[in-house]
Design a binder for this molecule. Sequence first.
Ligand SMILES: Nc1ncnc2c1ncn2[C@@H]1O[C@H](COP(=O)(O)OP(=O)(O)OP(=O)(O)O)[C@@H](O)[C@H]1O
Length: 286
Amino acid sequence: MTTPASLPATGQATAEPPRAPLPADLPEDGLLAVRDLTVRYGRRLGCAEVTFDLWPGEVLGIVGESGSGKTTLLNALTGRVAIDGGRRLYAVPADDGGGWVDLDTLSEPKRRLLMRRDWGIVHQHPRDGLRLAVSAGANIGEPLMALGARHYGDIRSQALGWLDKVEIAPERIDDLPRTFSGGMQQRLQIARNLVTGPRLVFMDEPTGGLDVSVQARLLDLVRGLVDEMGLAAVIVTHDLAVARLLAHRLMVMKEGRVVESGLTDQVLDDPHHPYTQLLVSSVLQV
Ligand SMILES: Nc1ncnc2c1ncn2[C@@H]1O[C@H](COP(=O)(O)OP(=O)(O)OP(=O)(O)O)[C@@H](O)[C@H]1O
């Protein structure tokens, strides 16, 4: 296992747990590898034995009806819920030495730095991903400062650049996000997540709760940014139209398990599993 050079040295207080050997089947050019990931809430299953690989620049959609385990899987991937089994492995950038790291045996400071630097998380509700008490500009500038940026002029100009990218007027830079519409808040949350140039972004129902016309605009924006930045993304959605538009590949979940996966068009146009067939034919309430 290679440890990135720029991650902090591990001291006694942050000693890493013993390392199991890496799985033998990790793809050489992969970005994220998940093996048999399982989460239980007491006796209830959140997700079970989920296994997949994600490649740089690839968008993976996770679809399924309500309660199928989509959010649990996303939260397990991002460390927001504890896992009961399985492994999460991440390929660090070549600049940092390359190679796979096991996210569960990295020390907490290393894992946090890696996630802050390389990952973004876009929540369904902007209030969960924004700081509502500080200005739009500060919401975009803070992640840069967390990674060491100190020059006020540079930070402000990057914030202005990102406001422009997400179609928010520059004169709103000093306004609080609570004065923004839902769609604007979501676009600001996206800017806050992308300003640091992450390699991987997780999105939970990014257009949920927005009007249909606002959704369409946001989807176009997300698709454009993901393409332009060559981002890899894991997107949870119950909306198959969103999945069709954004995802290269889909995993269909039912009762916590992946029942079908494949290229998006293949899964949606020629579903093999009866559950996917029901989903696609809109018989199920998703
Ligand atoms: N905090 C929790 N405590 C107990 N059970 C939970 C908790 N969160 C989720 N579950 C259960 O885990 C299962 C998967 O739920 P999850 O929210 O991951 O599904 P989902 O597909 O994201 O659904 P939705 O689209 O409605 O959010 C469900 O049976 C749910 O009731």
